[in-house]
Design a protein around this ligand. Structure first.
Ligand code: WA2
Length: 281
């Protein structure tokens, strides 16, 4: 292979990879902004009105009709903060018990009808889902603090006031790795510079979106007729020595490689896109 061809090949790979990384990052950013706006919608019309001006029917319709605003998401939901002292009253009002998130082997053992889930054991506080987009209705009544990744997200979201992302994990009723984005909802107008303690105290709930990464990235890349040319992988590289492959085949080829950076807006998580040509020159 002569020098000129090699340089052109390298540039082609860089350009294709950077373009795809930018598209993915932009679409993620767009949907993140709309999830943020939904958190404000819940704050205004659920917590800001007495009685609340949003019920499941309204939330379900609104989120379904605006789903085009949230590319890459598979669904959004709202979990209410319920301290243990209010659990009984909350369960009476809603007519169901707060459920514990099931582990993976439970999912395999039984069918995953929410009716079959165990009640949540006693905790200081809970985060049961009360409103959901139809696509994730299976998480209604589940305590989101009973799942490791969801719980960590909730704690980080409410202390920071920022949108936060989980590590990739297997979402409920999905066979793929996904991530969850969470924004806390606060009861009062907080100062921009409120302390974590003030934020935690005035938290009333959590608005979250789930991203089914493989099917949604596939859809995005499909729009660019490139599948014959390059192989794309998306990695969570938060822990550099144990990067998690979120999308794409297991890497085997050791040919020409280009890495494009990806910024999903949560400084605590690192991501990158790795691209290779399918065929050797
Ligand atoms: N949403 C959808 N599928 C899931 C999931 C989730 N969390 N967790 C596991 N599988 C209501 O941060 C609050 C959404 C959590 C928000």
């Amino acid at each position: 292979l002569n020098e000129g061809t090699r340089i052109r090949r390298t540039e082609t790979l860089e350009n294709m990879c950077d373009e795809r990384a930018r598209m993915l990052q932009d679409q993620f950013n767009v949907s993140m902004n709309h999830v943020h706006a939904l958190a404000i919608l819940v704050s205004t019309f659920y917590h800001g009105k007495e009685p609340p001006a949003i019920d499941q029917k309204t939330f379900g319709e609104y989120t379904e009709r605006t789903s085009f605003e949230r590319p890459l998401t598979s669904g959004v939901a709202y979990a209410l903060r319920v301290p243990h002292s209010e659990r009984e009253k909350f369960e009476k009002e809603h007519g169901w018990t707060i459920k514990k998130m099931e582990t993976e082997d439970q999912t395999l053992a039984q069918d995953c009808d929410p009716e079959n889930l165990d009640p949540s054991p006693i905790q200081d506080e809970y985060a049961p889902v009360i409103l959901s987009q139809e696509t994730v209705s299976h998480i209604v009544s589940i305590d989101m603090m009973s799942g490791k990744e969801d719980r960590e997200n909730i704690l980080r979201a409410r202390a920071s006031g920022k949108g936060v992302l989980t590590s990739p994990f297997k979402l409920l009723k999905s066979n793929h790795l996904g991530v969850v984005l969470t924004f806390a909802v606060y009861n009062a107008h907080l100062h921009q510079d409120a302390t974590p303690e003030q934020r935690i105290k005035s938290t009333v709930g959590y608005l979250g979106a789930s991203y089914d990464v493989p099917s949604l990235v596939e859809k995005l890349l499909h729009q660019l007729a490139s599948k014959q040319t390059i192989v794309v992988n998306v990695y969570d590289t938060t822990n550099v020595s144990a990067a998690i492959n979120m999308f794409g085949p297991n890497e085997t080829d050791t040919g020409l490689l280009h890495i494009s950076s990806l910024d999903f807006g949560d400084p605590a998580r690192k991501h990158e896109m790795r691209c290779r040509f399918k065929q050797r020159p």
